[in-house]
Design a binder for this molecule. Structure first.
Ligand SMILES: NC(=O)c1ccc[n+]([C@@H]2O[C@H](COP(=O)([O-])OP(=O)(O)OC[C@H]3O[C@@H](n4cnc5c(N)ncnc54)[C@H](OP(=O)(O)O)[C@@H]3O)[C@@H](O)[C@H]2O)c1
Length: 228
């Protein structure tokens, strides 16, 4: 299975990359980044790319892919709608439109967020933009899936790129295992989420929009999967 990955330097992307590299069914991961991730693995090919509004130069390498995991994203804190939309909507569509054309059978899994607004008309800016991005992706002629996580505990030395999340997870670190037990639907881990994304990439899902509560069931280790 050949996977294209965006956001591999971020918290969720690192978790997804880890699960992809550990999975024997995944034969290659093409990762598109704007700075090196530092990860080295025989299955991983990293492409440095400067302009996330135009992927034309990469299209010759984008044929024959089975799935794309879109873990790229930015916190809306301090951003205006135009800038948040440029990173969230424009970049995802700039990649997804040619991917759908080149790989109509592929599965495209988009990381959104709990509370995303499918109506596109609500009062919360980030939720509107995520909802609009989801809707645009779901209209494309490939199998798009949307995953809306809530809280995420970073594991295995993974750190968020977003300073506010880093502080948040650091302060809450001692409580997170307990909170996860109490609210499994609202707090996942980078490992469980990475597994869930990979499972959707492999098998699809009857639901095109998966909420935070759907993640634990999808991210549970299967029989024979490596532990730890
Ligand atoms: N963390 C959470 O608790 C949480 C919960 C629900 C939903 N989400 C959503 O999940 C997504 C990823 O979150 P995360 O926690 O993994 O974020 P993160 O650790 O901040 O990582 C963000 C990733 O996106 C890339 N990126 C950001 N802006 C970019 C741009 N303008 N051009 C190219 N690449 C860019 C970063 O690349 P660089 O390394 O080059 O900056 C990095 O790979 C976001 O959309 C977020 O809304 C997060």
């Amino acid at each position: 299975m050949r996977i294209l990955l965006f956001g591999a330097t971020g918290m969720i992307g690192q978790g997804a990359l880890r699960e992809c590299l550990r999975d024997p069914e995944v034969t290659s991961v093409q990762s598109v980044v704007r700075r090196p991730s530092g990860s080295v693995h025989p299955k991983l090919r990293e492409t440095l790319h400067g302009d996330f509004s135009d992927f034309t130069a990469l299209l010759p390498e984008w044929e024959g892919l089975d799935a794309c995991l879109w873990c790229l994203g930015v916190s809306a804190a301090g951003l205006g709608e135009a800038e948040y939309r440029r990173v969230t909507y424009d970049s995802a569509l700039a990649a997804a439109e040619p991917l759908a054309r080149l790989n109509p059978g592929m599965r495209f899994v988009f990381i959104s967020g709990a509370g995303a607004d499918s109506s596109e008309g609500g009062r919360t800016m980030w939720a509107r933009v995520k909802g609009a991005t989801e809707n645009a992706l779901l209209r494309l002629p490939f199998q798009a899936f949307v995953v809306r996580p809530a809280g995420i505990q970073p594991l295995h030395g993974i750190r968020s790129r977003t300073p506010v999340y880093r502080v948040f997870y650091l302060v809450l670190a001692p409580l997170l295992p307990l909170l996860r037990k109490a609210f499994p639907a609202w707090l996942t881990t980078t490992e469980e989420l990475g597994r869930a994304l990979l499972r959707i990439a492999k098998e699809g899902s009857p639901k095109r929009v998966l909420e935070a509560a759907d993640i634990p069931g999808l991210g549970r280790p299967g029989p024979g999967s490596a532990a730890g």
